[in-house]
Design a protein around this ligand. Structure first.
Ligand code: PNS
Length: 163
């Protein structure tokens, strides 16, 4: 039978336990999961595309059927290129859901072979956001509640290389 491939796209600036929960759940549902670090034209990023990829790679390296990639094009194009049958995203609240529905419609119009699958975020993790992590980072606060140790190490390595 053909491998079922899913794409978990996002900004991941940086990846958090909230994202990782969605990635793990997608990895249970599909044979292969590509975590695609991408560009949301509406956002200004703290980390570059390659840095966001490196942090995500460190943070999900223990999940065997997950591969992290970086892509600066359109999501529907990537889904088509990889032969993905699903685009998996998480939503925490009504605001997230409204935004995800618009993106799902856009991607469906351009590439209908990939179904958008929205997973409801674990509410215990819903308070975590990349914005909160960036705030904590600016305060030099402990990040261990927000992403795995390996991801924090990757962030430190990036920051040290910039100084
Ligand atoms: O984590 P985010 O910011 O919600 O992720 C949004 C992302 C990066 C998945 C989205 O902006 C995206 O798909 N960007 C790639 C370019 C694209 O396809 N844009 C059309 C989306 S309507």
């Amino acid at each position: 039978m053909q491998e079922k491939i899913a794409l978990v796209p996002g900004s991941f600036d940086p990846v958090t336990f909230g994202h990782i929960d969605i990635i793990r759940r997608a990895a249970e549902l599909y044979d292969r999961v590509y975590v695609a670090v991408m560009i949301n034209a509406a956002k200004n990023y703290l980390f570059t595309l390659e840095q966001r990829k490196a942090i995500a790679e460190a943070a999900v390296g223990d999940i065997p059927n997950v591969t992290v990639i970086a892509f600066d094009g359109m999501l529907w194009e990537l889904a088509k290129r990889l032969g993905a049958c699903a685009i998996v995203k998480g939503y925490r609240n009504e605001k997230d859901l409204a935004y995800e529905k618009l993106m799902a419609e856009y991607n469906q119009e351009h590439y209908s072979d990939a179904e958008t699958v929205l997973l409801h975020a674990d509410q215990a993790l819903a308070y975590i956001s990349s914005t909160l992590v960036r705030e904590k980072l600016a305060q030099e606060a402990d990040l261990s509640d927000y992403l795995p140790k390996a991801g924090i190490e990757a962030i430190k390595k990036i920051l040290h290389s910039q100084n």
